[in-house]
Design a protein around this ligand. Structure first.
Ligand SMILES: Nc1ncnc2c1ncn2[C@@H]1O[C@H](COP(=O)(O)OP(=O)(O)OP(=O)(O)O)[C@@H](O)[C@H]1O
Ligand SMILES: [Mg+2]
Length: 225
């Protein structure tokens, strides 16, 4: 299993002192090369769920294992290593570094992990070609449209060839044609590398491309397909 979630509970303390239970007893499993969509209305907890399973946010109880490692048992170093080498993350609101150009932004995770500059450049160029941004490689992120920035973030998430690619509404700024092109492109790259995908999306077209579809509502995660 690439991802195993058991009885995950997560609540937030609200301003008035009461707690908001966002995730209740959630179970989910994902094997190698499997893909899953998490759907659910705005505020249902999709981002919270993705943050919990990638160790970006703490949860109240339950177990999360990524690549056989239970994330609550990892120290900061272990968690950073897992996040850099096993998990690729595309945020709902992408964070590209504006002092680096597009190609360098994609290369960074490799350089942090000690991959050679040449190899990092090779992988980045390949991925940028896949997301149809080959001609924007030397631009600054501030010169790109929202949808182009999202695609750079996707390329960056794939550059370390992760076991698990987690994407939070990555196609929100793309039109239908580009959404289909980019999603099928990502799925192809993931297939080649044995990468599993969890994607939070409002978009039925995106969910249709995944093997499994889940729905998050009132804290419960239900398998739809
Ligand atoms: N840090 C926080 N403190 C308190 N409440 C929070 C916090 N982060 C999120 N929430 C609340 O938790 C709930 C779930 O938020 P979350 O961002 O996970 O929803 P979402 O399904 O990703 O929504 P969207 O589709 O709009 O991105 C919301 O009601 C939100 O207000
Ligand atoms: Mg969200």
């Amino acid at each position: 299993m690439v991802l195993e979630v058991k009885q995950l509970n997560k609540s937030y303390l609200q301003g008035d002192g009461t707690s908001l239970e966002v995730l209740r007893n959630i179970d989910m499993e994902l094997g190698q090369n499997q893909t899953a969509a998490i759907m659910g209305e705005s505020g249902s907890g999709k981002t919270t769920f993705l943050n919990c399973i990638t160790g970006l946010d703490k949860f109240n109880s339950g177990k999360v294992k990524v690549c056989q490692k239970e994330i609550s048992n990892l120290n900061d170093d272990g968690l950073s290593r897992l996040r850099n080498s096993n998990i690729g993350f595309v945020f709902q609101f992408h964070y590209l570094l504006k002092d680096f150009n597009v190609r360098e932004n994609v290369m960074l995770p490799c350089l942090i992990a000690g991959v050679s500059y040449k190899e990092a450049a090779r992988r980045s160029e390949y991925l940028l070609k896949e997301v149809k941004l080959k001609d924007r490689m030397n631009y600054s992120p501030s010169q790109l449209s929202g949808g182009e920035q999202q695609r750079v973030a996707i390329a960056r998430a794939m550059v370390m060839v992760p076991d698990l690619l987690v994407m939070d509404e990555p196609t929100g700024n793309l039109d239908e044609q580009l959404t289909d092109d980019v999603i099928t492109g990502i799925i192809d790259i993931c297939k080649e590398n044995g990468t599993s995908i969890v994607i939070a999306t409002h978009n039925k077209r995106v969910a249709d491309h995944m093997n499994k579809v889940y729905h998050l509502s009132r804290g419960h995660l239900e398998r739809e397909r």
